[in-house]
Write a protein of this length. Structure first.
Length: 347
């Protein structure tokens, strides 16, 4: 029988993950929980015990998994200390883009890790940098499509990030899309206020999105409908969803946003990874780059009849049923991928 290995995970900057709560699907509302639950279970089946770093284990950690770099705050000093002194055991899984966590991409820190797992195709240039796909939870994947006539028109589900959101303007690569979301909301609220619905955190609070507003005024959004409990159920009631990533002009950055639309059988209007068609068939989504103008986009959406709309849904259904294409993005694919990498590390 193989000797049991102990692996620690630092879910950095997420304090609610401690005491193994990141594996507690009953009490933790993080959307990633099913991913972590599946990973822990598969590793356990292979005699590898995965715990958050604050859990005391019978033996020293064999590997330290850092799920994003910690922010340089006093409360994270002990984590930075372990990064510096345990470098032979450290691996980094860089999930957040540089607009959210620039420390993931500061190469001065990469010397403290034996492997860097990244979504960014452009960074995978040698054995130290390993490509992985940002994992998504499969919750809601069997949602049934509503009929065309029973769906509302257009939705956007995002948290509101102010103009002065930390790191938003910092990026060693790519271009932020927070400001484009604001422009989209402004346009559709003005143009089709009865057909556009805005959901997410922070839109009901006073936000300053540019210097003029910061000095003289603030925005309020009449199309804002509140926060949500079940994103997939909500999306399933709409024909289209504005699906803008945090970042564009990069390759490989494909988050849960477009897959949430697919699970809900809602057609995404996508803007993000420049190589999106490498991973997802173009006939499954509407590429905003084909318009780059909200007025032209709206004219197109209005022109889509039921037959054309249903063709999009059929293409989405076909894609979602293709196990070879879909599995690498969800819990099973990620867990199997990561088990393989840990076993390689053991060698």
């Amino acid at each position: 029988m193989n000797q049991e290995l102990f692996v620690s995970i630092f879910h950095n900057n997420v304090k609610s993950s401690l005491k193994n709560s990141m594996f507690d699907i009953q009490n933790n509302k993080m959307t990633e929980v099913p991913i972590f639950v599946k990973l822990k279970l598969l590793l356990k089946q292979n005699n590898i015990n995965l715990n958050t770093y604050d859990i005391v284990c019978p033996k020293p950690s064999y590997i330290n998994i850092h799920w994003d770099m910690p922010y340089p705050t006093p409360s994270n000093f002990h984590i930075w200390k372990r990064i510096f002194f345990d470098r032979k055991k450290n691996i980094l899984i860089a999930t957040e883009p540089p607009t959210v966590n620039p420390f993931n991409y500061m190469k001065i820190f990469h010397g403290f890790f034996t492997k860097i797992y990244t979504w960014n195709d452009q960074l995978v240039k040698n054995n130290k940098y390993v490509k992985f796909r940002l994992p998504k939870a499969s919750t809601g994947i069997k949602t049934k499509a509503l009929k065309f006539q029973n769906k509302k028109f257009l939705i956007m589900v995002n948290s509101n990030k102010s103009f002065f959101y930390p790191f938003k303007l910092f990026s060693p690569f790519g271009r932020e899309l927070y400001s484009e979301r604001i422009r989209a909301v402004d346009f559709f609220q003005k143009t089709i206020p009865d057909k556009f619905f805005l959901y997410g955190r922070g839109w009901n609070k006073t936000k300053k999105h540019n210097l003029k507003e910061f000095l003289f005024s603030s925005k309020k959004y009449s199309t804002y409908k509140g926060e949500i409990d079940n994103k997939i159920k909500l999306l399933s009631g709409f024909k289209y969803c504005l699906c803008f990533e945090n970042l564009t002009n990069v390759k490989g950055f494909i988050t849960e946003k477009i897959f949430d639309c697919f699970k809900a059988r809602c057609i995404p209007v996508y803007w993000g990874a420049t190589d999106i068609e490498k991973y997802i068939p173009k006939n499954c989504f509407i590429d905003f780059r084909d318009f780059r103008d909200f007025k032209k986009l709206l004219l197109f959406l209005d022109s889509v009849n039921e037959k054309k709309y249903d063709n999009y849904i059929k293409n989405i259904e076909k894609f979602m049923m293709d196990k070879k294409l879909i599995e690498p993005w969800f819990e099973d694919g990620f867990s199997n991928f990561f088990l393989e990498k840990i076993l390689e590390f053991k060698k």
